[in-house]
Design a protein around this ligand. Structure first.
Ligand code: GTP
Ligand code: MG
Length: 251
C-alpha cells in the first residue's frame, strides 16, 4: 500500500487542502514536504490544530502563532473535533478564502491518529467517516457538502509514518517495536513544557525504562518468570497517548 501515492492523489484531486496536526505536538507532526508539494501546485491549504481540548489555551495560542509564522498556510485554526469546537471559525475561514460561488473540492490529510476522520465527521455534522479505521479499507470515495459550494472528500490522506522523523515512526506504526515507541514517547513527555504523567500513573519518573517497569508493577502486569511485563506497559502508554488520556505538550 503506497500511502504517499494515495495522499498525493487526494491532493491532486482537490482545489484546496486541510492539514491536521495534533495540538500536543503541532510542530513535530506537520509535514513540510507535503506542504511544499501543495504549494508547488498553487493550491491553498489550512493547518488545523486539532485536540485543543487537551492542551492549555496559552500553549494552543502560541502554537498557532508559530505555525502562522512558519508556514504558508492561508490560516491556522484551533479545533476540537470531538467536542465540536472551532467548527464555525474554520467554516468562515474557508468561505472567506474560497468564496461562496465557484464549486471547490477540499481534502484532509495528516499523520495517523491526529483526528482526520473526526474532523471530517465534525464538518459533515454527522457520522460519515469511520473513526479509528485502519488505513486502506476500500470504499468508494464520496464528496460531502459542507457549504453551498464547498465539498469535502470523505477519504483523508494518511501521511506515511516514514515521512516523520525517525523517532516518531514506531509511535505512528502501532505494530512496530512498542517498547522503543513508549520509551521515545516518555522521553518526549519528560522534556515537554507540561504533562499529566503523574495524574495518569500516580508517580513521577527520571528514567524511562524504570518508568515502564513501575507502570507494569502498579498495574500488576506480570509476565512468565514473574517478571514485570514492560511490553504490556508500553502498549498501555501508547494507547493512553492515542486516546488522549496521556498528555504532554511541546513545540
Ligand atoms: N481529546 C480529543 N480527542 C480527539 C479529537 N479528535 C480526535 N480525537 C481522538 O483521537 C483518536 C484518533 O481520531 P481519528 O479521527 O480516528 O484520527 P485519524 O487521523 O482519522 O486516524 P487514522 O485513521 O488512524 O489515520 C480517536 O481516539 C479520537 O477520539 C479531539 O479534538 N480531542
Ligand atoms: Mg481516520
Amino acid at each position: 500500500m503506497d500511502l504517499l501515492r494515495l495522499v498525493k492523489r487526494e491532493i491532486l484531486d482537490s482545489d484546496a487542502c486541510i492539514e491536521v496536526v495534533d495540538a500536543r505536538c503541532p510542530a513535530e507532526l506537520r509535514c513540510r514536504k507535503l506542504e511544499r508539494f501543495v504549494e508547488k501546485l498553487n493550491k491553498p491549504y489550512w493547518i488545523v490544530i486539532n485536540k485543543v481540548d487537551l492542551v492549555p489555551k496559552e500553549f494552543a495560542d502560541r502554537a498557532k502563532k508559530v505555525l502562522k509564522e512558519q508556514s504558508n498556510a492561508v490560516d491556522v485554526v484551533h479545533v476540537s473535533a470531538t467536542k465540536y469546537y472551532g467548527f464555525n471559525i474554520l467554516k468562515w475561514s474557508l468561505k472567506r478564502h474560497l468564496g461562496t460561488e465557484e464549486k471547490k473540492r477540499l481534502c484532509v490529510f495528516g499523520y495517523p491518529n491526529v483526528g482526520k476522520s473526526s474532523l471530517i465527521n465534525m464538518l459533515a455534522r454527522r457520522k460519515k467517516a469511520s473513526v479509528a479505521p485502519r488505513p486502506g479499507h476500500t470504499r468508494g470515495k464520496q464528496w460531502i457538502r459542507i457549504t453551498r459550494n464547498i465539498v469535502l472528500s470523505d477519504t483523508p490522506g494518511v501521511i506515511p509514518p516514514e515521512m516523520a522523523e525517525k523517532e516518531w515512526r514506531p509511535i505512528l506504526f502501532p505494530a512496530e517495536d512498542l517498547e522503543n515507541a513508549a520509551l521515545t514517547l516518555l522521553k518526549k513527555i519528560k522534556n515537554a513544557e507540561g504533562n499529566n504523567f503523574k495524574e495518569v500513573y500516580g508517580f513521577e519518573f527520571e528514567e524511562e525504562e524504570e518508568a515502564l517497569k513501575e507502570i507494569a508493577k502498579r498495574l500488576n502486569f506480570i509476565s512468565k518468570g514473574n517478571k514485570y511485563d514492560t511490553k504490556r506497559a508500553a502498549k498501555r502508554v501508547i494507547d493512553d497517548w492515542n486516546r488522549g488520556k496521556l498528555v504532554g505538550w511541546w513545540l
